[in-house]
Design a protein around this ligand. Structure first.
Ligand SMILES: NC(=O)c1ccc[n+]([C@@H]2O[C@H](COP(=O)([O-])OP(=O)(O)OC[C@H]3O[C@@H](n4cnc5c(N)ncnc54)[C@H](OP(=O)(O)O)[C@@H]3O)[C@@H](O)[C@H]2O)c1
Length: 322
């Protein structure tokens, strides 16, 4: 596994991290979740990304992660970087959503209990909350780091202008913002077009990309319809009607370029993000050990020729995806 520094910090992360948004909640068999986690760790994936409400049910991914920590990974705690977040809907009433100090402080305490940890490595404000002064949210992050309940602070899904404000507020209090976590993949390029990658790099903060495979679209998962055990079949976060014949035809053309690089489409999609060294890591999801192991091989070829990049963009433009 290759490791990259998170911005200008001293913290190195694996170029491929594992996220527990799906496949680790109560609807997933614990033994399969355990296999995926342990295989990841055995292959150098030292970073595991969680949030308070990952499940379903909310909180259950943290509970299950805590079980696997207790049964297997506890002796390796110092070899791991564990992150969690608060910002989206978690519990009823006005204190279980958003960016208030009240929510962030209580949520982190609950997350630590669920995972059986004394501290997390990174605690994120999961989203910018327009109803809370950004100073309040950032001061909560500063105080959380000072309390020792998190070693580093990060932000996720912040628009550019608010991200810059966040970086400054934290820096002025000697709490460097370690990471900005955002959606970035071949199909979704707002991180480039809205200047997030630029301003994040300028601040010395690392960028970590989530849903790098567009929730499974940038793989061969949907080449022959919608499999029953796939994320799209649940029709919640990934909608069935987003998988059009036109999209599949476009993805198959990308797959042909990947084959020319001796990669699968998923490997090429991950490499495409990591070609930009401002990106510290991509956070993948996996519903099986075989998906995980396939994806981990992406790091063996992160370079692209100019022709390949032009061809990829041309295919995506022609397919109406960009
Ligand atoms: N900060 C935020 O707001 C935010 C938002 C979203 C995600 N995240 C983080 O990012 C992580 C990853 O997100 P994601 O799960 O959407 O990532 P993703 O890597 O884009 O998608 C993962 C899904 O793609 C499919 N897949 C993966 N490898 C495959 C392969 N080799 N062949 C075929 N299919 C494959 C699987 O779907 P099937 O289940 O259908 O097999 C898998 O569950 C999350 O766990 C979370 O930690 C953060």
């Amino acid at each position: 596994m290759q490791y990259r520094k998170a911005g200008e910090s001293g913290l190195k992360l694996p170029v491929i991290s594992l996220g527990l948004w799906h496949n680790f909640g109560d609807s997933a068999p614990l033994e399969r979740s355990r296999d995926i986690l342990l295989n990841a760790f055995d292959n150098g994936v030292t970073h595991f990304d969680l949030a308070n409400n990952y499940g379903p049910a909310y909180g259950s991914a943290e509970v299950n992660f805590g079980k696997i920590m207790a049964s297997d990974l506890r002796p390796h705690r110092d070899e791991m970087v564990i992150s969690t977040k608060a910002g989206y809907d978690m519990w009823p009433g006005p204190y279980g959503d958003g960016g208030s100090r009240k929510y962030l402080m209580a949520s982190l305490d609950q997350s630590l209990k669920r995972m059986g940890l004394e501290y997390v490595d990174i605690f994120y404000s999961h989203r910018y909350d327009p109803e809370t002064p950004i100073e309040e949210t950032m001061q909560a992050l500063v105080d959380i780091v000072r309390s020792g309940k998190a070693l580093y602070a990060g932000i996720s899904n912040y628009p550019q202008e608010k991200a810059i404000q966040a970086y400054r507020y934290l820096e002025d209090r000697d709490v460097h913002c370690i990471l900005h976590q955002g959606r970035y993949n071949m199909l979704v390029r707002k991180a480039e077009s809205e200047g997030i990658l630029d301003c994040t790099a300028e601040a010395g903060t690392g960028y970590i990309a989530f849903s790098p495979l567009a929730q499974g679209l940038l793989t061969d998962r949907y080449f022959n319809g919608i499999p029953e055990d796939s994320r799209a079949s649940v029709n919640h976060f990934l909608k069935k009607d987003s998988i059009t014949d036109n999209l599949v035809a476009t993805l198959k053309k990308l797959d042909a370029i990947a084959a020319g690089r001796r990669q699968t489409l998923s490997q090429m999609a991950l490499a495409w993000i990591l070609k930009d060294t401002r990106v510290t890591s991509v956070i993948i999801g996996a519903s099986s050990v075989s998906q995980l192991l396939t994806n981990l091989e992406a790091e063996s070829c992160l370079e692209f020729t100019k022709e390949e990049l032009l061809e990829i963009d041309g295919i995506l433009h022609d397919g109406g995806c960009l």
